[in-house]
Design a protein around this ligand. Structure first.
Ligand code: OGA
Ligand code: MN
Length: 288
């Protein structure tokens, strides 16, 4: 079959219009989906009323799934392949620990030496309005730099920290954050990453990076701030306004994303994510 695609923004993304993920899918159809994924960076499948098993099964066609060892507390108790992104309180009434997931520009698991290839996020429950997610195209971000800047950043490595959410002031010293930081020491990643499948160069940075390897924070900050601002300018963005039963897959190697938190937090926002393992990248920093 030839997929029916509808582009989502000028910068990136496409909706796959005529796929029902509750039905079996041939290898050749999945091949078309995978090519579209590489081409557009994000694919959106709307109205997918699928089970957790079907979410996991479809995700695993993209590659081996992560069991989320780096975020053990956010896993579904019965399905380690599913990460909860939810503000639904725990059964004992305590707040969900994953309620602030993704509240700064990032790419999934960049703070590990096995950063994610892709993530598949499915929307279960939404607040009345808002709860949107922004995505930015990191090929565009790289391609639009001057030759001088490309040369300057060619060999730099950014040090990615786990547990650096902007909103986590109240979270400081909390158990989950301490555990996540302990499980995930700082990892240096190339600032310019060559996408292992397309061969294209993309900026690989975001707000988990506070300095470059071999440089101080003070020295690094102006350039990190510039690159992040450049990389996330409106022209490079798609804004996902969720609907229930949306399934969105993004390529973590050439996009950044951010949860906006633009909703009434007394209302429930519940999403679940699978994560596809990527190829090894980066190294542990001794004094990160
Ligand atoms: C994620 C994430 C953003 C959101 O699931 O990886 O960053 O809007 N989520 O929930
Ligand atoms: Mn994320």
């Amino acid at each position: 079959m030839t997929l029916k695609l509808r582009r989502l923004s000028n910068a990136l993304g496409a909706e796959v219009c005529d796929i029902d993920l509750t039905k079996p899918m041939s290898e050749s159809t999945f091949g078309e989906i995978y090519s579209a994924f590489l081409q557009h960076g994000i694919l959106l499948f709307r109205n997918q009323n699928i089970s957790r098993e079907q979410h996991i099964e479809f995700s695993s066609r993209f590659g081996e799934l992560d069991k989320h060892e780096s975020l053990p507390r956010d896993r579904h108790p019965d399905y380690p392949e599913l990460l909860m992104v939810t503000n639904k309180p725990n059964p004992d009434g305590t707040p969900s620990e994953s309620r602030y997931t993704g509240r700064s520009w990032h790419t999934d698991f960049s703070y590990t030496t096995n950063p994610a290839l892709g993530s598949l996020l499915r929307c279960h429950q939404l607040p009345e309005v808002g709860g949107d997610t922004l995505f930015a195209n990191m090929y565009m971000a790289y391609d639009t730099l001057s030759d001088g800047m490309k040369k300057l950043i060619a060999d730099l490595h950014g040090i990615h920290l786990s547990g650096t959410r902007k909103i986590n002031v109240a979270d400081k010293g909390n158990e989950r954050r301490t555990e996540v930081m302990k499980l995930n020491p700082p990892i240096a990643q190339p600032v310019v990453r060559v996408h292992p499948e397309t061969g294209r160069k993309a900026i690989y940075l975001g707000e988990k990076v506070k300095r470059f390897d071999g440089m101080t924070e003070e020295e690094s900050k102006p350039l990190i701030d510039y690159l992040n601002k450049h990389a996330t300018q409106p022209e490079f963005i798609y804004r996902q306004m969720w609907r229930e039963n949306d399934l969105l897959v993004w390529d973590n190697r050439c996009t950044l994303h951010q949860a906006l938190g633009d909703f009434d937090e007394t209302q429930i926002r519940h999403l679940e994510r699978t994560t596809v393992k990527g190829t090894p990248s980066g190294y542990v920093v001794a004094n990160g």
